[in-house]
Structure formats: structure tokens, C-alpha cells
Design a protein around this ligand. Structure first.
Ligand SMILES: Nc1ncnc2c1ncn2[C@@H]1O[C@H](COP(=O)(O)OP(=O)(O)O)[C@@H](O)[C@H]1O
Ligand SMILES: [Mg+2]
Length: 232
């Protein structure tokens, strides 16, 4: 019996807006096994990004305990938290978040630069990641010269270049036309098939159908969606 990759015990995130407390994420117990693709759906403002930021160690829970790969990240110092994040997690965001003055190849290479990987190795791995998303021919283009779908594929290559065990995607198809969105989803499916654990945030039920497990979030409350039996 292996431990889950993610284990949240009464994890909550509260924001303070002046005198008002916003319970963006109410206490949640959640375990996600390695290799799962979890789709999380919910309306705007329901807490999806808050959940993703906590899972991704971009933000900290205000209470509760979060074990990531068996390690309690709740109590880690900032630099240790960043190290765990850099080693284990890749991110894909709705708005791509590429550096606009850098080429596709350079955008993909950057996480390796921060990780201290040498230049020849960086080049090799960035080229392989761009090839994996079908964009070898666009390696020298800056984001402004790429379509939205191509930019998101560059962002996926950047997320993958360090071979993360966990990929967190926040509305990855939200800014794309349906053909480009389908290409991005096919890539996430392929990663899942290769054993990468994926958390896919979306408000689109069709996108959520790509999950091997589905959760909803409403007003900060996370709930499991159970498949309905045929004919039920
Ligand atoms: N930095 C913040 N400060 C204060 N309130 C926030 C902050 N981030 C999010 N919230 C609030 O938390 C709730 C959940 O936000 P969010 O997780 O971004 O929702 P979603 O991604 O589902 O649209 C919203 O009510 C939002 O206004
Ligand atoms: Mg959001």
C-alpha cells in the first residue's frame, strides 16, 4: 500500500479583506493517489485557483496539514517549500505566463537554468520538450508570433522540461478555441497515460470528463463527484 501523492487534512485557506474574512477554501480532507487525473469544476469565485495554489505550494494553507509525497509542507520554510515545488510540480495557467521577449526555446529552458542545469543539457532537454508538444519548428519564435494554442503548448513544454510528478493546470483551455483546446487536452491525457499525476481545474464539464476522478468546489467546499450508475 503506497501513500497518496497528495494528502490534505482539514486544509483551509482564508483571506482577510479589511475586516472581512473570506473562506476561499473551507477545511477539506483529500487524498490523491499518484497517477490520477483529478478534474475540479466549480463556478467562478468558488475557490478553484485557491485550491490549486495551495496544492502547488504557491500559497500556504491557513490551517490544516498538507503532505506532498509524504512530506509535511505546511511547516516548511519558504526556500524549502520552493525547492519542493521546483522538484515535483509543473504548472500550466490560463494566460500562459510566458516571457514575451524570449523565444519559445528560451522560455522552456528557463526552469532548467534556475535549477542549475548546464547549457548543453538545457538546450537538449528544451528541444526535446518542444518536440514532444509538436513545436520544434517554432523554437526560435517569441510568444507574440505564436497562436494561443501554440503558446499554451510552449507553456506545457516548460512545465514538462523538469519531468514533474505533478502537473497542475488552471483553466488551461480557458483562452483557447476548441481545436487548440482539444490539442492541449490530448497532451494532458498523454501525460496522465504516462503516469504523471494531473490536477485539472476547469469550469467546463466536457473538459472535466478528461479526469479519471472528478471533484466539484462550491463556495470553498470540495466534494467528490461519484459516477452515476447506468440507468440511475
Ligand atoms: N488574494 C486574495 N485576497 C482576497 N480574496 C481573495 C484572494 N484570492 C481569491 N480571493 C477570493 O477567494 C474566493 C475564491 O477565489 P478563487 O480561488 O480565485 O476562485 P476561482 O478560481 O474558482 O474563480 C473568491 O471569493 C475571491 O474573491
Ligand atoms: Mg480561478
Amino acid at each position: 500500500m503506497t501513500a497518496p501523492l497528495l494528502k490534505l487534512s482539514r486544509v483551509a485557506r482564508t483571506y482577510r479583506n479589511g475586516d472581512v474574512l473570506v473562506e476561499a477554501l473551507k477545511p477539506v480532507d483529500l487524498e490523491v493517489d499518484a497517477g490520477t487525473c483529478v478534474a475540479v469544476t466549480g463556478p467562478s469565485g468558488s475557490g478553484k485557483s485557491t485550491l490549486l495554489h495551495v496544492l502547488g505550494c504557491l500559497d500556504r494553507a491557513t490551517s490544516g496539514t498538507y503532505l506532498l509525497d509524504g512530506r509535511d509542507v505546511t511547516t516548511l520554510a519558504d526556500r524549502d517549500l520552493a525547492a519542493v515545488r521546483n522538484r515535483l510540480i509543473g504548472f500550466v495557467f490560463q494566460r500562459f505566463h510566458l516571457l514575451r521577449d524570449e523565444t519559445a526555446e528560451r522560455n522552456v529552458e528557463l526552469p532548467l537554468l534556475y535549477a542549475g542545469v548546464r547549457r548543453a543539457e538545457r538546450r537538449r532537454r528544451a528541444a526535446a520538450a518542444l518536440e514532444a508538444v509538436g513545436l520544434s519548428s517554432r523554437a526560435a519564435h517569441v510568444p507574440g508570433r505564436l497562436s494561443g494554442g501554440e503558446q499554451q503548448r510552449v507553456a506545457i513544454a516548460r512545465a514538462l522540461v523538469k519531468e514533474p510528478r505533478l502537473l497542475l493546470a488552471d483553466e488551461p483551455t480557458g483562452n483557447l478555441d476548441s481545436a487548440s483546446g482539444d490539442a492541449v487536452l490530448a497532451m494532458l491525457d498523454a501525460l496522465h497515460a504516462r503516469g504523471v499525476t494531473v490536477v485539472l481545474i476547469t469550469h467546463d464539464p466536457e473538459v472535466a470528463a478528461h479526469g479519471s476522478r472528478q471533484l466539484t468546489i462550491r463556495n470553498g467546499v470540495v466534494a467528490e463527484v461519484h459516477a452515476t450508475a447506468p440507468g440511475a
